[in-house]
Design a protein around this ligand. Structure first.
Ligand code: ADP
Ligand code: MG
Length: 691
């Protein structure tokens, strides 16, 4: 559970009804600025103070409550002051130690005082003891509370007591009327908002504690649903706002596209045709497209984006193509140039490694409009490139870019009031549940079909101890005209070490494979050398390519039919899947050998099993999500999505699906309620809305 914190500077003068300014300032640190935020500040857990145990029978080693009378208490210096008290009840004695304490606490332990103490009882040297229990002075026969006590997320200097009071005040003060239409609430079998809120802050004794703990109680479901609903409403509104901005409508005459299709050695798959139609419809509108083109590695996204680019270019506009790595950007440059130049279209390469002169001429070509297309890495687009006429930005592996980079590119392209259309591509198959939660403001097209003629890749899992056999297999493959990749281990802790390992692997393999040419690429290689090695591999002059994970995306060498991945257990599933997608692109039977080091952790074993058993990227991503959780797949912050405090898009997927549908219906049929709902959940938290 991530507690939201307010950005610095916004904590000043929070006006919270019924709360002292000092408390209000601390509440501000928890992101609580309005009285209603307190209503939605829900307990992390509960303490059970409804039962008291006799000292002799109290369970040991777990949270428990006893009631005892102070016999004596004293401050001992050993060497720091400690408060040590002896207490008793009819069944036995108990020592309490406070390692730090306030004067007021000393008074609580005055001899003769009757105390209720909550904490763990441990067997100590001088009998049983409690360290730092929660203490309350009571009179004899005082009734035990009949409710669980809520424990709230808090911050330094803010006591549970103060928080409870503030929350209780807010619940009585605020109107807890429902923002869900009654019919919807009944259909979804959800309790009323007021009922859910009261129950969670102050559960009656008959509520099964596990249902609170696991957050499966209907009241929790209601809160999680409301949170997801607010997220969906906010995303839909954001999207509606997008439709108030404009872009150049791009009609497709089909001329250039037809000429490219005629020159291609293949026909588009049905899935490629369908996604292209979706893109074409978007481009024809006068609002900027924001479409994500998803497709597994090798599904043929590039040619679809090229046909989209031709629509823009056919209308006399420019297209920018951006990729996260130099290798990937260069692959695109080569593809686009090969396809577009025969049509008389100038494509320029804008790389960080260009010489001053080449760079200047590329920039000039873009700025004069002579080049209709520019391809490069993102660094380039942050620099001084000016597009007089940009109408479409194509962004590959978009999840590697932050929202802000995407936005910067978009603004860069703005000419006058028109924003460029955006086509994002991703081979990271985002499971539907995540896409729904995180990309509700994007339209998604999916290429769910592979081009014909691919050979399935056989995956083998081999322990490191069988390295010799693997070497022999690589040797045989290369000796009979095949080519192979050898992927060096990922060493996250040290790039230096990773580089050293790659160099060493290259040396060892060169020595082991006499007569074969062994190449090496890694992230630190100068771009020109990298390009030379890649080119030689492409031409079949290099037989074995030793590589760090830089080849993860974008490399296309159909003759390479074998891949060996060392220390596969260190890599993520998405990464393994992407790597494996580099082979199986030609007619030859292909294999991917995953070498792993024993012993395997349980998660590593589970991961390798998934990649061994499945080839479908979406399925792998879904399993990955189950293993790792969404945060690791898409940094929540980076994706710019309002963070969820209570709901989990994976575990609560059915709630998410209902929320999505209800958001749409509410905006249509009950716009005022929708707005009120949004205000409750996100009001005053504009910074959490998507940019
Ligand atoms: P990705 O979706 O991973 O970016 P690419 O666009 O790089 O995939 O395509 C992989 C390979 O498949 C390229 O060599 C491309 O030319 C080829 N290709 C694309 N579409 C088809 C098709 N319909 N039939 C055959 N080959 C295709
Ligand atoms: Mg690609």
């Amino acid at each position: 559970m991530t507690a939201r914190t307010a950005p610095a500077g916004e904590e000043t003068a929070p006006a919270l009804a019924g709360v002292a300014p000092a408390v209000a300032a601390r509440l501000g640190k928890l992101g609580i600025r309005r009285s209603f935020d307190l209503v939605l500040h829900l307990p992390l857990r509960y303490e059970d103070e409804t039962v008291c145990h006799p000292i002799a029978q109290a369970p040991r080693g777990v949270d428990t409550q006893v009631e005892a009378v102070v016999i004596e208490s004293d401050v001992k210096y050993r060497p720091r002051p400690q408060l040590i008290a002896r207490l008793h009840d009819p069944t036995g004695e108990l020592t309490v130690r406070l390692l730090h304490f306030y004067p007021s606490q000393r008074k609580q332990f005055a001899p003769g005082n009757r105390l209720r103490l909550c904490g763990e009882i441990k067997g100590g040297f001088f009998g049983v003891e409690m360290i730092h229990p929660r203490v309350r002075v009571v009179s004899e026969g005082a009734p035990l509370p009949d409710r669980l006590t809520p424990v709230y997320p808090t911050t330094a200097g803010l006591s549970q007591f103060a928080l409870r009071q503030a929350v209780r005040g807010a619940i009585t003060r605020e109107a807890l009327d429902d923002t869900l239409p009654e019919a919807v609430r009944r259909r979804l079998h959800l309790p009323e908002f007021a009922e859910a809120i009261r129950l969670l802050h102050d559960p009656p004794p008959d509520v099964p504690p596990e249902s609170l703990e696991a957050r499966t109680h209907p009241s929790w479901l209601r809160i999680k649903f409301d949170e997801l609903l607010a997220q969906q409403i906010s995303m839909r509104l954001h999207r509606a706002r997008r439709d108030t901005t404009s872009a150049h409508p791009l009609a497709d005459s089909g001329d250039l596209g037809g000429r490219l299709r005629a020159a291609l050695p293949f026909a588009l798959t049905e899935a490629q045709e369908r996604t292209l139609r979706e893109i074409r419809q978007d481009l024809a509108r006068r609002h900027p497209m924001q479409r994500l083109l998803q497709g597994d590695v090798g599904s043929g996204k590039t040619v679809v984006s090229a046909l989209a680019a031709l629509i823009a270019i056919g209308n006399g506009f420019q297209v920018a193509v951006m990729a996260p790595t130099e290798i990937l950007a260069e692959q695109h440059y080569l593809s686009f140039r090969q396809w577009l130049e025969p049509l008389g279209i100038r494509v320029v390469w804008l790389s960080g490694s260009l010489g001053v002169r080449d760079r200047r001429s590329a920039l000039e070509a873009v700025e004069s409009g002579a080049a209709a297309m520019a391809v490069g890495t993102h660094a380039l687009f942050q620099n001084a490139v000016k597009f007089p006429n940009l109408a479409l930005a194509i962004i590959d592996e978009q999840h590697r870019f932050g929202v802000h980079q995407r936005l910067a590119l978009r603004l860069k392209g703005a000419n006058g009031d028109e924003l460029p259309h955006q086509l994002m591509m991703s081979a990271t198959p985002i499971p539907r549940t995540l896409a729904m939660s995180y990309y509700a403001d994007l339209d998604v097209s999916v290429i769910d079909e592979m081009p014909p003629g691919r050979t399935p890749v056989v995956t083998k899992l081999l322990s490191e101890s069988r390295r010799e056999e693997v070497l022999q297999f690589v040797r045989d493959t290369c000796a009979t005209g095949g080519q192979a990749y050898w992927v060096c281990p990922l060493i996250e802790e040290s790039e230096q070490l990773q580089l050293a390992t790659a160099l060493e692997t290259h040396q060892t393999l060169s020595a082991a494979f006499e007569g074969l040419r062994v190449g090496l690429v890694h992230g630190r290689l100068p771009a020109a050398e990298k390009a030379a090695v890649m080119h030689a591999f492409q031409q079949g002059e290099v037989h074995l390519l030793v590589a760090t994970t830089v080849i993860e995306v974008g490399v296309n060498v159909p003759n390479a039919s074998l891949m060996v991945i060392e220390h596969a257990e260190r890599m993520g599933l998405a990464q393994l899947h992407q790597l494996r997608g580099r082979v199986g692109r030609g007619a030859a039977e292909s294999a991917c050998i995953l070498l792993y080091q024993q012993p395997l952790s349980e998660t590593a074993r589970a991961r390798l099993k998934i990649i061994y058993e499945h080839t479908d990227g979406f399925l792998i991503a879904q399993k990955d999500l189950e293993l790792r959780g969404p945060g690791e797949i898409l940094g929540a912050r980076q994706s710019g999505t309002p963070m969820l405090r209570f709901a989990d898009p994976v575990l609560d997927v059915s709630l998410l699906e209902s929320a999505r549908e209800v958001a749409q219906a509410m905006l249509r049929d009950h716009p005022a309620l929708a707005e009120r709902h949004l205000d409750r959940w996100l009001g005053g938290r504009e910074e959490l809305l998507r940019v």
